[in-house]
Design a protein around this ligand. Structure first.
Ligand code: IVH
Length: 669
């Protein structure tokens, strides 16, 4: 073959393979057999390896992973990726609809809505210049994303080149997901290979895309569905529905469940329909997105702190499933509390396999009348722990067994007590192995001193090997102690020792939380840190004085006193102090107060910080944080599922900040 003939054949093969890819992956309607496809692919691979200079930029052979990288580059985008406000229940759609109508008052065109499934995956953006894929980004904080082009290239439903497209620039946005079917297959493979199973499709998809080695991404069955665009140059598109058709035409997949709706009732009907379909769809969705169809109307409505006024996410009610309580097992917690846990016949709820559900305490079990062997309804709302809603009493056969609380601790055998007025049964033995383990787990957790990589399993291993007996012992571990443990590579040992060392730099609040004093959580810990400033002072303050702090009642005050009066705790604390040498002290953040004079209100859940922490961050910068919205409020920070304060802010036209905006403001993004 002459070089020209090769050039031609390469171009032809590239086009042919792309065509068959599209038929197979996007249209789900292949025209040729896998074997024929492989032959084309092999021929192209071979020609390209002989003539590397003739390889085309959109060659399908480039879908196999490129070389690993050490980090992702940050890229700033021209048009930020917005996030959606959430309507919690469908009734709130009417509020949204009303706001849209108010915003469009005087507009003579009718208002149409496009409804789409809200995909539960990883949001990404793909940039096509003159139809060639040149950049792929994660959503990041909306404005800046990470360059994951090499990874996205390996996803078969990501076109490397747009088909018959005149646009000189197209920024396509959508979601990378893993279908439930692919997820199940992947886990099955892992199971037979003896590898740890993945938890759910969403996290697996997100984790697969954010891999430094594109070969790993290439090996995972991922799909890309598109639903929006950033900039488009060279073609004019008037509305969302037209956009979806355009995107399909140039080679993308859209969810077949997207629909154009002409009126309110139709939107609600779609919502109920999708909710019913949800369990049988092959991908996880966590709601329905409603968008005003017309781009002109969208523009008129505009956006509020990076959430458009023209779109909303309608969440689905928590998912319920039926299963069987195979057993009720008592777990012993950090403070000795015995918690009955239902062991369930495994069932998938909202894309996650559920095997356990906490029953909280004995009263709850009797109140709900949950028996071993019962058929029960369980539910999971969002990411929260699954719960047993109720038993299906009509399904009882008589073989069910009533649960009784054990008289002695299932771990150490101590006689169980139930203190007056308490809902909980307790194991009173503070050196009960279960309590010891839970205390160390709590100490090392994110809310505590945060020792990266030291999870429950590892802690159990250290305890079993007799290497630790309390959290203080962690700081005396030597390289050899760890290296001799099973499945411990040298590198992990070094990392873990470094993480343990690093944890000494935590702040006073976290250290107080980590100690695991009864009734002292994050909020109380921050009050204590603020008022007493050091472990030394705290440990020597009387219960009376502790009780004078606003927000600390007599019971909490007594728990604190009891903790520091306990000989064993004093011993552990002394040993900890010896290792740390100095304990952290409370420090008022000095420095500029750029938010002085500004009043903030927090509503909804933030991902990165608890409300208390967010409040403190703002206060450190001089802001005042109040609990209700009034005309004097300057900003409302709205996290997930904001409540009435959010509505109030809209009414009073107070600036609303998303979590991203908030992080920016405090200089953390
Ligand atoms: S539109 C208005 N459409 O939801 C522009 N987003 O909170 C917002 N998402 O980060 C994007 N399905 O990851 C849009 N059909 C859909 C969606 C969708 C899922 C995600 C997306 C985004 C988040 C918005």
């Amino acid at each position: 073959m002459t070089k020209d003939a090769v050039r031609q054949r390469i171009a032809e093969l590239t086009r042919l393979i792309d065509y068959h890819n599209h038929r197979y992956y996007i249209l789900d309607d292949p025209e040729i057999t896998d074997a024929d496809y492989d032959r084309l692919f092999d021929e192209l691979t071979q020609l390209e390896s002989q003539y590397p200079d003739l390889q085309l930029p959109d060659s399908p052979t480039q879908r196999v992973g490129a070389a690993p990288t050490t980090e992702f580059l940050s890229v700033k985008r021209a048009v930020p990726m917005l996030s959606l406000n959430k309507a919690i229940i469908p009734d709130e759609f009417d509020d949204f609809d009303r706001r849209v109508r108010e915003g469009l008052a005087g507009d003579s065109d009718i208002i149409e809505y496009v409804t789409e499934p809200k995909l539960d995956g990883l949001a990404v953006e793909l940039v096509y210049e003159n139809s060639i894929l040149t950049l792929g980004l994660t959503r990041g904080d909306g404005v800046t994303g990470e360059d994951i082009t090499a990874n996205l290239r390996t996803v078969k439903t990501v076109p490397l080149k747009l088909r018959d497209c005149d646009a000189s620039l197209v920024e396509v946005r959508g979601e990378i997901i893993m279908t439930k079917g692919d997820f199940a297959r992947l886990n099955k493979e892992r199971e037979s290979a003896g590898e740890e199973l993945y938890a759910n499709p969403r996290n697996t998809a997100a984790g697969s895309v954010r891999q430094l080695d594109p070969n790993v991404t290439a090996s995972r069955p991922l799909k890309f569905y598109t639903y929006a665009c950033g900039r488009i140059a060279g073609v004019t598109i008037q509305n969302q529905w037209e956009l979806l058709r355009f995107l399909t035409r140039v080679g993308f997949a859209i969810t077949p469940e997207s629909k154009l709706c002409y009126q309110r009732d139709e939107v609600l009907l779609r919502y109920h329909h999708l909710n019913e379909q949800r369990a049988t769809l092959d991908y996880d969705i966590d709601g329905m997105v409603v968008k005003v169809n017309s781009f002109r109307q969208q523009q008129k409505l505009g956006e509020l702190s990076r959430s458009p006024r023209w779109a909303i996410a309608m969440k689905f009610p928590p998912q319920q499933e039926e299963t069987v309580v195979e057993d009720i097992v008592v777990q012993v917690g950090r403070t000795g509390v015995l918690t009955p846990v239902a062991h369930l016949k495994p069932v998938r709820v909202g894309g996650v396999e559920v095997k356990r559900a906490t029953l909280h305490n004995y009263d709850e079990v009797t109140r709900k009348d949950i028996r071993i062997g019962d058929h029960v309804i369980i539910q999971r709302a969002g990411d929260v722990i699954p719960e047993v809603v109720k038993p299906l009493t009509t399904k009882r056969t008589g073989a069910e067994r009533q649960f009784t609380m054990p008289g002695s601790c299932p771990i150490c055998g101590s006689v169980v007590v139930r203190p007056e007025g308490e809902a909980n049964h307790r194991c009173p033995n503070s050196v009960c192995p279960a309590q010891v383990a839970e205390r160390i787990i709590h100490f090392a957790s994110k809310g505590g001193v945060n020792i990266d990589g030291l999870g429950p399993k590892f802690i159990e291993q250290l305890l079993a090997a007799g290497l630790i007996h309390s959290f203080a012992d962690l700081y005396y571990l030597q390289h050899n102690d760890l290296a001799n443990l099973e499945r411990m590579a040298d590198k992990s040992t070094i990392n873990l020792l470094a993480a343990i060392e690093k944890s000494k730099r935590c702040d006073l609040e976290h250290l107080i939380v980590a100690l695991g004093i009864n009734n002292v959580g994050e909020h109380v810990a921050s009050l204590l840190a603020e008022h007493f400033g050091s472990i030394d002072t705290l440990s020597t303050t009387t219960a009376d004085v502790l009780g004078t702090v606003e927000g600390i009642g007599p019971i909490v005050a007594q728990s604190i006193r009891d903790f520091f009066d306990n000989d064993r705790n004093r011993e552990v604390l002394a040993r900890l102090q010896q290792a740390w040498q100095v304990f952290p002290e409370y420090s008022i953040v000095a420095g500029p107060k750029p938010l002085a004079g500004k009043t903030f209100v927090l509503t909804g859940g933030l991902q990165k910080y608890s409300r208390d922490q967010a409040k403190k961050k703002l206060q450190a910068l001089g802001a005042t944080v109040t609990s209700s919205v009034s005309k004097k409020t300057d900003f409302v920070v709205a996290g997930a599922d904001p409540g009435s304060k959010y509505e109030q802010a809209l009414k009073l036209k107070i600036a609303i900040l998303s979590e991203d905006d908030f992080l920016k403001l405090i200089g953390e993004s």
